[in-house]
Design a protein around this ligand. Structure first.
Ligand SMILES: Cc1ncc(C[n+]2csc(CCOP(=O)(O)OP(=O)(O)O)c2C)c(N)n1
Length: 389
């Protein structure tokens, strides 16, 4: 029996879909890997995205040129693209097929997926975007007809892909392409190192190294596996674990840093920073003295299966931070450099570009309720100021 992923890609090809823009979700990693393989050669095209909104623009341009574009994303990404969908694709009546991994409603283990997952059908309805729920093979087979109609009419249609559909038999055997073993691009080695720095630690090892140095600081930790790993290494009430809202670690940390005298450390990721790089400009503009952004760059969307990000091929995050105006930047590739970077006396906003090798530690979900996480951090912030301690 064909895997559901293979059957869907066959339907796409039969309907003339020639452009696939993707941003990973764990539940569709097999589908994205298959698209990458099958859409490798022109006239077909696969484009990995940094933020869903840019995909809307790319697809609109492609549709203007007569192509049949489709996007593959998690339902949370709808929140990142609604304006572009309505004021560009919808306004100009361009065709766009949205294949949305529908989280939060079926065998969901991550509570933060629930609000967006439950509301997304209503959000689509409110936005006037028709949608179909796809949870069985039969529903999957009905996609072709709808695709033909939307490309003919120049409309948007959303297919909400329930995780149940991937359980309808036949395993997708395409291996998920993993981030390059060589790790992130480094075109700007910080003195005294010469030449290309090589990452040596996984994210877990990075967190293990820095955790003892984080006592007393408010820590905002990136969503997904980074937060779970940090919790596993030892919980502190000063840790704000993100359970959703990809791309928001630096903005959250900036907001806190501007509101307290305490040291604030943001643990961000390359995928998340690439989704919202403008947050570095805002941080540089505000430049709070007490903010450190520790970007753990494993050149991968680690939490969703280590799909490569552009930091493994063409982007140097330290240069990005510098270009946005952050003056104090450095690179760290091993434990000693990392400790020196974190301990280093400083005044002003810092950006530490920590090179890491891809890989996740197998750790359980965080057992805390999100409101308890908030309460603990609020109470920590409301406690004695560092000067009074
Ligand atoms: C808007 C949105 N799109 C996609 C996802 C799925 N997602 C969760 S974590 C993650 C990867 C984050 O990668 P990175 O910031 O590099 O951190 P890493 O997991 O590699 O440490 C993705 C794509 C999401 N939660 N929200």
């Amino acid at each position: 029996m064909l895997s559901p992923e293979k059957e869907l890609v066959t339907i796409l090809r039969n309907s003339g879909v020639d452009l696939a823009c993707t941003l990973p979700c764990d539940r569709i990693k097999g589908l994205i890997a298959l698209l990458e393989e099958e859409y490798r050669k022109p006239p077909l095209h696969h484009i990995p995205l940094t933020r869903e909104e840019e995909g809307v623009g790319i697809c609109a341009g492609a549709a203007l040129a007569g192509r049949r574009p489709a996007m593959f994303l998690q339902n949370s990404g709808i929140g990142n693209m609604l304006n572009a969908l309505l004021s560009l694709t919808g306004f100009y009546q361009l065709p766009l097929a949205l294949f949305i991994s529908h989280r939060g409603v079926y065998k969901e283990k991550i509570a933060a997926q629930v609000p967006m997952g439950e509301k997304v059908p209503g959000i689509l309805k409110g936005a006037g975007i028709p949608h179909s729920v796809i949870s069985t093979r039969e529903e999957l087979r009905g996609i072709g007809k709808k695709l033909d109609a939307l490309y003919k009419k120049g409309t948007i249609h959303a297919f909400l892909l329930s995780p149940a559909v991937w359980e309808t038999g036949g395993e997708c055997r395409v291996p998920v392409p993993l981030a390059a073993k060589g790790g992130p691009v480094c075109t700007l080695p910080s003195p005294p190192q010469e030449g290309r720095m090589r990452p040596r630690c996984t994210r877990y090892e990075v967190l293990e190294t820095v955790a003892p140095l984080l006592e007393g600081s408010i820590v905002v930790c990136n969503l997904g596996v980074p937060s779970k790993e940090l919790f596993h290494l030892g919980h502190r009430s000063s840790y704000f674990y993100m359970l959703g809202s990809m791309g928001m670690a630096t903005p959250i940390g900036l907001g806190i840093a501007l509101s307290t005298e305490r040291e604030v450390v943001v643990i961000d990721g390359d995928g998340s920073l690439l989704m919202n790089p403008g947050s570095l400009a805002t941080a540089a503009y505000c430049a709070p003295d007490n903010l450190t952004i520790l970007a753990i760059d494993n050149s991968a969307y680690g939490s969703t299966g280590n799909q490569p990000t552009f930091s493994g091929t063409c982007v140097d995050l330290e240069r990005i931070a510098q270009g946005f105006g952050i003056r104090r930047t450095c690179k760290a590739a091993g434990k000693r450099q990392l400790i020196a970077a974190i301990r280093g006396r400083h005044a002003g906003l810092r950006f530490i570009h920590c090179l890491a090798v891809p890989g996740n530690r197998d750790v359980p979900n965080i057992p805390l309720h999100h409101l308890d996480i908030r309460k603990q951090v609020q109470e920590f912030l409301a406690g004695a100021s560092p000067a009074e301690k």
